[in-house]
Design a protein around this ligand. Structure first.
Ligand code: ADP
Ligand code: MG
Length: 365
């Protein structure tokens, strides 16, 4: 694939997409709407079982669609064969054939299409050069490092000249050190190739490191779509705030919930604010993370955390058992919406994705 002939990236549009595996069970994916910009890195994020892989497999054409549509640059691909869609899939742990050389792994799909050996080796060789693996083309997967295997898997996916690359938990089975290296490399390749990537992960850290756009899913619904910065700093619902981590969810007088980041929650030995008791103190190097129990709260929302810089903690350490007061500024409080609702429960015209409301007034009074 020469740069001049490389296919352009495609925008992906998902309209009221639904998957119901069996009658009488809740849908695995429930009328979701999503637009993914051409050439962007999109991460589908959420807990196990929320419908990420089902969504990705429907886009790939590996799973039938119960209702709704999938468009690639305005072309409806919902009922096309997987091979005719302009998408390609990269699987967990790369799923290379162990008995084939890197070159033959990359050339495999061309062999299936009946492309001559000379031609498929030429094209596979070019792609291996492209991912800086040309010199290792004759190695078997077991003779390659994790990073090299990932590049072979990438070249193998690219040989079909996809306009959208689909990745289902490609890094989840790797050890933590390799995972961080490989994700930096994936990000670099996505930018260099200029393709649209849709990457499924259950790790919020991975999604934040990779994504231009994060799509947070829960129970087959989309809870929030936004840049990592938007989602982390303006979680739309209690689910998103808790799933992303790093936030305290607090009930405010008059009903309603706010989220305040652990590092924006202020702590004082006395004065104004919510009474809380210190339950743990964890040293984390650059910061100290304190666990606390609110004195007045429902059991599910009693636990909160405060993150202090190492220096702030050194200046005024807190001990387990100490009673303190928690406060925050109005600018640091995010009002949480109710979260995504099932389509049948929506009133007409209600968007499935909640927008964050204006920040609520300070609670310190
Ligand atoms: P995720 O990738 O987010 O972990 P999945 O899309 O794999 O979630 O699964 C979503 C839901 O659909 C889960 O409840 C799961 O058990 C169910 N599911 C997934 N695949 C199948 C299948 N082939 N047959 C029946 N149910 C399935
Ligand atoms: Mg999955």
């Amino acid at each position: 694939m020469d740069a001049a002939t490389a296919p352009p990236p495609a925008a992906v549009e998902i309209v009221a997409l639904t998957k119901r595996y069996a009658a009488g069970t809740p849908p695995a994916v429930d009328q979701i709407d999503l637009r993914i910009a051409s050439g962007s890195y999109c991460c589908l994020l959420g807990p196990s079982g929320c419908g990420k892989s089902t969504t990705l497999r429907m886009v790939a054409g590996h799973e039938s669609v119960s209702a709704g549509d999938i468009l690639l640059d305005n072309r409806n691909i919902t009922h096309l064969q997987a091979a005719g869609r302009g998408t390609a899939m990269m699987f967990q742990s790369f799923a290379l054939f162990p008995h084939l050389s890197a070159l033959d792994n990359v050339a495999f799909s061309l062999k299936m299409k009946g492309v001559s050996k000379v031609e498929r080796h030429r094209r596979a060789g070019q792609l291996l050069e492209r991912v800086a693996m040309g010199h290792l083309a004759q190695r078997k997967p077991a003779e390659l490092s994790g990073g090299q295997q990932q590049r072979v898997a990438l070249a193998r996916a690219l040989i079909t000249e996809p306009r959208v690359l689909l990745l289902d938990e490609p890094l989840s089975a790797l050890d933590p050190f390799l995972r961080i290296q490989m994700r930096a490399e994936l990000r670099r390749w996505q930018k260099e190739l200029g393709l649209t990537f849709i990457h499924v992960t259950h790790s919020q850290e991975e999604a934040m490191a990779l994504a231009d756009t994060m799509v947070v899913m829960n129970h087959g619904l989309i809870e929030q779509v936004g840049s990592p910065h938007e989602v982390y700093n303006h979680p739309a619902s209690e689910f998103v705030a808790r799933f992303m981590g790093g936030h305290n969810v607090l009930a405010v007088p008059g009903g309603g919930l706010i989220a305040v980041r652990h590092d924006h929650t202020r702590i004082a030995p006395d004065g104004e604010g919510l009474a809380a008791d210190v339950t743990d103190v964890e040293y984390q190097g650059t910061y100290v993370l304190m666990g606390l129990h609110l004195a007045e709260s429902t059991p599910e929302r009693r636990g909160v955390s405060v993150q202090l810089t190492e220096r702030a903690f050194a200046e005024r350490p807190y001990a387990v058992g100490e009673r303190v007061r928690l406060s925050w500024t109005a600018a640091d409080a995010r009002v949480l919406g109710p979260g995504a609702t099932r389509p049948e429960a929506r009133s007409p015209g209600t968007p499935s994705v909640r927008q964050p409301l204006a920040a609520l007034a300070s609670m310190a009074a």
